[in-house]
Design a binder for this molecule. Structure first.
Ligand SMILES: [Zn+2]
Length: 491
């Protein structure tokens, strides 16, 4: 039980970014209250003599908040559990994750289910964790009680969610839910894809080719859903902030820009995979690339980057959504008893990409080619995601009174993403062996070092030794606060 060595009471560095508004990284020293883990004061200047953590030339920034993670515990812990998910987060500079309400059992759609999740996560979190609730047909009476119990907001589906216990909602059901959310200005998150009246014609490609999957989920499905989201957002404005999760179709950006210009309380996220991968490069049978909505072509990716850089897209998350290897029907998983006729079948494989904790180097490496700055990183990964999750009063920037959640990393240091370095339970991910820039060296949660790369095994490069010996993360249940949502883009 080495608690003393974990406590970072004075953090100093030469390249500290307290918020995205700071014009450039500068030397600062951050003083932390040992008991509360809150920042007591911040002074200009690099002061290594007194420091308990000396970041030297590394960048020191507000801890990353990943607002879209599927932990799957309880119920489907073999897909992902809280210990492995929060280890993976800690190793990647992510000091807070917000869990999604589906793929765990029970789905988080009642106050009781929320408490079951809280109990299941107790004493097993290496970073701070909060959760979204879910809107499903008929559960509107549970929404306000769930907000009061700490749900950060709610997610709903406008098409099949992939799991039977979390059905989609139609316009009538949405209206019932939003009428409840209006009482507290609660946020509603939309999986924005809808079945089309005229379904896409069947693909000329074989199911083992990525194109077959891409043809089955055209951009029109996202556009149709986003039209509905904007319409509902307008109907309930300004009371129910609406949020589009994991935007993939760049063709929807013009209507999102127009809705934001109109002043609607609408926010949008995209994911690391849509900004770093493209359909043309996905090999046959490589089902680790399958997710919904799909990764589209390179031109679409460039348009998404424009949306990120001009502020139309508010922030970037992982949408970490893994499963066991057999459900991916992946060729490397033949030993898991999959039928050879199904091997590499994009249409039958589970959709979801595993990536919690590896987003920072991926986004930074691709972003550097397009003019992304360190301030953009803070804005996209920490500040805006904290606001979106209703925790900006505690997290997302470094200032006196807030939690001392800190990511310390070297943007110049090359890293190779290997199985030894990813800590989520099932290691199938599109990013293995990727060469990036950006090594996370320390992750601090409320003044406690939960990951320290200095302790890495020098022979194997493995980082199992780098984690705090105890789970130091906490369950976030601050009652939802109105006004935490910021809808203004930088247009
Ligand atoms: Zn998701």
């Amino acid at each position: 039980m080495s608690t003393a060595s974990n406590v970072a009471t004075i953090i100093t560095g030469k390249r500290v970014l307290l918020s995205s508004r700071q014009s450039q990284p500068a030397p600062f020293t951050i003083y932390v209250d040992k008991e509360t883990g809150k920042i007591t004061r911040i002074e200009p200047g690099y002061a290594p003599e007194a420091a308990t953590v000396d970041a030297k030339d590394d960048v020191v920034m507000p801890g990353i908040v990943d607002a879209h993670v599927h932990i799957n515990q309880p119920g489907r812990t073999q897909w992902e559990g809280v210990v492995t998910a929060t280890h993976a987060a800690a190793a990647g500079g992510v000091s807070t994750i917000i869990d999604m309400p589906l793929n765990c059992l029970p789905s988080t759609v009642t106050p009781e289910a929320l408490h079951i999740k809280e109990d299941s996560f107790r004493d097993a979190m290496w970073v701070d964790v909060g959760t979204w609730g879910g809107v499903v047909p008929g559960n509107q009476a549970h929404l306000v009680p769930m907000l009061d119990a700490g749900a950060r907001g709610f997610k709903c589906f406008l098409c099949d969610s992939g799991v039977a216990e979390f059905p989609p909602v139609n316009e009538d059901e949405l209206r019932k839910a939003m009428t409840e959310l209006k009482k507290r200005n609660g946020t509603l998150l939309f999986h924005a894809e809808m079945e089309l009246e005229a379904p896409p014609v069947s693909s000329a490609s074989a199911p083992t080719e990525y194109q077959a999957f891409l043809d089955s989920r055209p951009a029109k499905m996202e556009e149709t859903a986003i039209e509905l989201v904007i319409r509902m957002c307008r109907e309930f404005a300004p009371h129910v902030p609406c949020h589009i999760v994991h935007l993939s179709a760049a063709s929807a950006l013009p209507m999102i820009r127009a809705a934001k210009r109109e002043g609607l309380p609408l926010t949008v996220e995209t994911c690391f995979h849509y900004l770093t991968l493209n359909a043309e490069s996905i090999p046959d049978k490589a089902t680790e690339f399958k997710c919904c909505p799909p990764i589209r072509d390179g031109q679409n990716r460039e348009m998404l980057w424009e949306g990120v850089l001009d502020g139309t897209i508010d922030f970037v998350v992982s949408d970490h959504s893994p499963c066991t290897p057999d459900l991916k029907l992946h060729p490397c998983c033949g030993g898991h008893g999959i039928q050879s006729k199904d091997e590499g079948d994009f249409l039958k494989a589970w959709g979801g990409i595993a990536s919690v904790g590896i987003g920072l180097p991926l986004l930074w490496t691709e972003g550097l080619k397009r003019g992304l700055t360190l301030q953009d990183i803070v804005r996209l990964l920490s500040e805006k995601t904290a606001k979106h999750s209703g925790i900006a009063h505690r997290k997302g920037s470094l200032e006196a009174g807030k939690d001392a959640d800190v990511t310390i990393w070297s943007p110049e240091q090359p890293v190779i993403i290997t199985k030894e370095k990813v800590h989520f339970r099932n290691k199938l991910t599109p990013y293995l062996e990727c060469n990036c820039l950006g090594q996370v060296n320390k992750t601090i949660v409320r003044g406690q070092v939960v990951f320290n790369a200095d302790l890495r095994d020098s022979k194997t490069g493995g980082s199992d030794e780098c984690f705090s010996s105890r789970p130091l993360g906490q369950w976030i249940k601050d009652p939802f606060k109105n006004g935490a949502q910021e809808s203004q883009s930088r247009l």
